[in-house]
Design a protein around this ligand. Structure first.
Ligand SMILES: [Zn+2]
Length: 249
């Protein structure tokens, strides 16, 4: 069996959906990109009953290979992996607070600086489309432009990241923000951070933690003049210039 470690990690992450309260029972799903496609939780199997061999491989043409059918929501996983090259793992869940906001078709605005953790000044809610349809994928992708997470109208949330741990951690963060936003709404109209303030936060995130190390590594590769040869080395593209990478917080 290929990718035994990743299959085990998917099960561990799926179990966290239950233990963190992000999803009850077998709702929600988890996937990770592998060569030629992705591995995803199967349809309708309780997470505590999952074994590594039950995780389903789906290729980039949408053809599944496994003991079970893939999650009925495999399509938006495929479409996210196809259109967002920085997506390496995806967590989808129906958590109470994010889903409640999504049932009101509400975005999460810049009421708190941590909203920028999803990559932009707000976390959008995509319009409602039935689960498993290409129309839902399209709506999700539109809401994910420049973002790594979104709410899904009358449904739940999606978060992606560089790996399963980061995708899961972003999903938890979005649920916490949704909870906080609802508390704020009960007290009054929130005072939102400005676009400039949110841009500043996004910049700070980009020079923090893992990204700080990437920037240091990049600096070491910056063009420089050699006093011996007087040759200017060609400038390398900065790793954060690509808009799709810029949002990979
Ligand atoms: Zn769902």
């Amino acid at each position: 069996m290929r990718h035994i470690d990743l299959r085990s990690e998917i099960i561990k992450t799926a179990l966290q959906l239950n233990s963190t309260g992000l999803s009850a029972g077998s709702s929600g799903n988890v996937s990770t990109r592998v060569e030629g496609g992705f591995l995803i939780t199967p349809s309708g199997v309780k997470y505590h009953k999952l074994h590594p061999e039950d995780i389903v491989f789906v290729n980039m043409d949408g053809e599944a290979d496994g003991n079970f059918l893939p999650s009925s929501e495999w399509r938006f996983h495929l479409d996210i992996y196809t259109s967002r090259r920085t997506a390496k793992a995806i967590v989808h869940a129906h958590p109470p607070y994010a889903t409640a906001l999504a049932c009101l078709n509400k975005n999460i605005p810049s009421f708190h600086y941590m909203v920028a953790v999803a990559g932009g000044k707000d976390i959008r809610c995509c319009k409602y489309e039935p689960f498993g349809t290409p129309e839902l994928s399209k709506a999700v992708l539109e809401s994910l432009v420049g973002r790594k997470a979104c709410l899904m109208s009358h449904h739940g949330l999606i978060a992606f990241g560089d790996n399963l741990e980061k995708a899961m951690s972003l999903a938890v963060e979005v649920e916490v923000l949704a909870h906080q936003y609802q508390l704020v709404l009960q007290m009054g109209e929130p005072d939102l951070l400005s676009e400039l303030e949110m841009e500043d936060v996004i910049h700070r995130f980009w020079t923090y933690g893992d990204n700080a190390q990437k920037i240091e590594d990049e600096k070491r590769r910056k063009p420089r003049k050699s006093w011996q040869s007087n040759v200017t080395y060609p400038k390398r593209g900065s790793f954060y210039k690509n808009p799709d990478e810029k949002d990979s917080l």
